[in-house]
Ligand binder design. Structure first.
Ligand code: PMP
Length: 408
C-alpha cells in the first residue's frame, strides 16, 4: 500500500531556486542554477535560435506528428558530426548508433540503462565517476542498478585537478569497469584534464579494458570553440575505443526546457563493427520505445536547422562566443575584485583557471550558508557558483561578500 512510500528529500538545486525566488531582498544574487544569464541577469534566447524559430513558423509543411523512435534523423546525424567531427572515421565506417534523447539527462539515462542490461560485466563491475560530479549522475545510475564507485578528481589544496588520485583509482578499478568522464567543463569543479593527461588516462583505460562513457553538456559553451571542447571525445574515438557519449544541447543552444539531446554509441573499428552497431541500435530502440516512445520535436528541429545550415551555424558560433566570452570576463572581474580586496595576487587564481559554467570557489558549507544569510547570495552547499549569475552590476557585490565571509 502507499503507506510504505517514504518521503524523499527535495532536490537540493531546485530547492535552492525556490528559496531564491521567495527572497525579497533587492540585491539578491542567484549563483545556483546552471543556466546562462545575460548582463542584465535575464535568460537569453540566442538570436540564431530566434531566427530558426521564425523559419519554423513559416514552414507550411510543419505538423505535430510523432518523430521516429530514434528521433529526427537530420538532427542526430548533425549532432554526431558536431561531436565526432565531420571526417570522423567512426561515422565513415558506419559504426555509430545515435538516438535523440530527452536532453543530456535522458542520454545519460539511456546509456546507463543500456549498459546495465546489455554490457557484459561478469563480475558486476561498477561505474566510476568523479568525486565530486553532477549530482544527478548518482541517482541516474543507481536507478538502473549499476553499482557505483567514485574516483578522486578535485584537490582542495590546489583547487585544481587531483590527477594522480584519479589515475590511481582508474588503474585499480576492476578490469572492465565503466568510467564516466566529463568531456569538457567539468561540473561542478570547472577543472579539466590537459591533453597530455587525457592521453595518459586513455592508456590506463585501455590497459584495464574499461569502457569510457563521456558526458558532454558544454560543447562550445565552455571555450567558445566547438572543436576544442570536443577534443577528448575525438581523441578516444581516434584511439579506437568502444565508448558512448551523452550530448546535451541545453546550454550551447540555450534550449534548456526543450530537452534536445542525443546519445551516441561508438563501436571500435573492425570487420564486425557494422553488425555490432546494428545489434546495439536494435536494443536501444526497444529501450527508447518503452521509456519515451519517441523524443520531443521542437528543440531538435531548431538545433537541426542551425546545425545543417552553414550561415546559421556561423551565427551560432558567434552566439557561443558571446556567452563564453561574457563568462570569461566575469571570471576575470570576480578574481580581480577579490584580489584587490585582500591584496594577495594569485589568491583567487582558480576562478580564472577553471572553465565553463561553474567555478568551485573553495567556500565551505558554513561559509555558503553565511553568505546566503548575510548577503542573499545563493550557491550550492559545495561552494559551486554559476558564473553566469555574475554580471557587471553585481560582481563587485559578490566579491565583497565572498571576501568578507572568508575573513570571518
Ligand atoms: N551532465 C552534466 C555534467 C550537466 O552539467 C548537465 C546539465 N546540468 C547535464 C548532464 C544534463 O542537462 P540537460 O538534461 O539539461 O541536458
Amino acid at each position: 500500500s502507499s503507506d510504505n512510500v517514504p518521503q524523499a528529500p527535495e532536490d537540493p538545486l531546485f530547492g535552492l531556486m525556490a528559496a531564491y525566488r521567495k527572497d525579497t531582498f533587492e540585491k539578491k544574487v542567484d549563483l545556483g542554477i546552471g543556466a546562462y544569464r545575460d548582463d542584465n541577469a535575464k535568460p537569453w534566447v540566442l538570436p540564431v535560435v530566434k531566427k530558426a524559430e521564425g523559419i519554423l513558423q513559416k514552414d507550411p509543411n510543419l505538423n505535430h506528428e510523432y518523430l521516429p523512435i530514434a528521433g529526427l534523423a537530420e538532427f542526430t546525424s548533425a549532432a554526431q558530426k558536431l561531436m565526432l567531427g565531420a571526417e570522423s572515421p567512426a561515422i565513415k565506417e558506419k559504426r555509430v548508433a545515435s538516438f535523440q534523447t530527452i536532453s543530456g539527462t535522458g542520454a545519460v539515462h539511456l546509456g546507463g540503462l543500456f549498459l546495465s542490461k546489455f554490457y557484459l560485466r561478469p563480475n558486476d563491475q561498477p561505474i566510476y565517476f568523479s568525486s565530486p560530479t553532477w549530482a544527478n549522475h548518482n541517482q541516474i545510475f543507481s536507478n538502473v542498478n549499476l553499482p557505483i564507485k567514485t574516483y578522486p578528481y578535485f584537490s582542495p589544496q590546489t583547487k585544481g585537478l587531483d590527477y594522480d588520485g584519479m589515475r590511481a583509482a582508474v588503474e585499480s578499478a576492476p578490469e572492465g569497469s565503466i568510467i564516466l568522464l566529463h568531456a569538457c567543463a567539468h561540473n561542478p569543479t570547472g577543472v579539466d584534464l590537459t591533453h597530455a593527461q587525457w592521453a595518459d588516462i586513455a592508456k590506463v583505460i585501455r590497459a584495464k579494458s574499461h569502457f569510457p562513457f563521456f558526458d558532454c553538456a558544454y560543447q562550445g559553451f565552455a571555450s567558445g570553440d566547438l572543436e576544442h571542447d570536443a577534443w577528448a571525445v575525438r581523441y578516444f574515438v581516434e584511439q579506437g575505443f568502444e565508448l558512448c557519449i551523452a550530448q546535451s544541447f541545453a546550454k550551447n543552444f540555450g534550449l534548456y526546457g526543450e530537452r534536445a539531446g542525443a546519445f551516441h554509441f561508438v563501436t571500435g573499428p573492425g570487420p564486425d563493427a557494422q553488425n555490432t552497431i546494428g545489434r546495439i541500435a536494435s536494443q536501444l530502440a526497444i529501450l527508447q520505445r518503452s521509456e519515451i516512445s519517441n523524443p520531443p520535436a521542437y528543440g531538435a528541429r531548431i538545433a537541426s536547422l542551425v546545425l545543417n545550415d552553414r550561415e546559421l551555424f556561423q551565427e551560432w558560433e558567434e552566439n557561443l562566443r558571446t556567452m563564453s566570452g561574457r563568462i570569461i570576463d566575469m571570471r576575470k572581474a570576480l578574481r580581480g575584485k577579490l584580489e584587490e580586496l585582500n591584496g594577495k595576487e594569485g589568491s583567487w587564481k582558480h576562478i580564472t583557471e577553471q572553465i565553463g559554467m561553474f567555478s568551485f570557489t573553495g567556500l565551505s558549507e558554513k561559509q555558503v550558508l553565511k553568505i546566503r544569510e548575510d548577503a542573499h547570495i545563493y550557491m550550492t552547499k559545495n561552494g559551486r557558483i554559476s558564473m553566469a549569475g555574475a554580471n557587471t552590476g553585481n560582481v563587485e557585490y559578490i566579491a565583497q561578500a565572498m571576501d568578507k565571509v572568508v575573513r570571518e
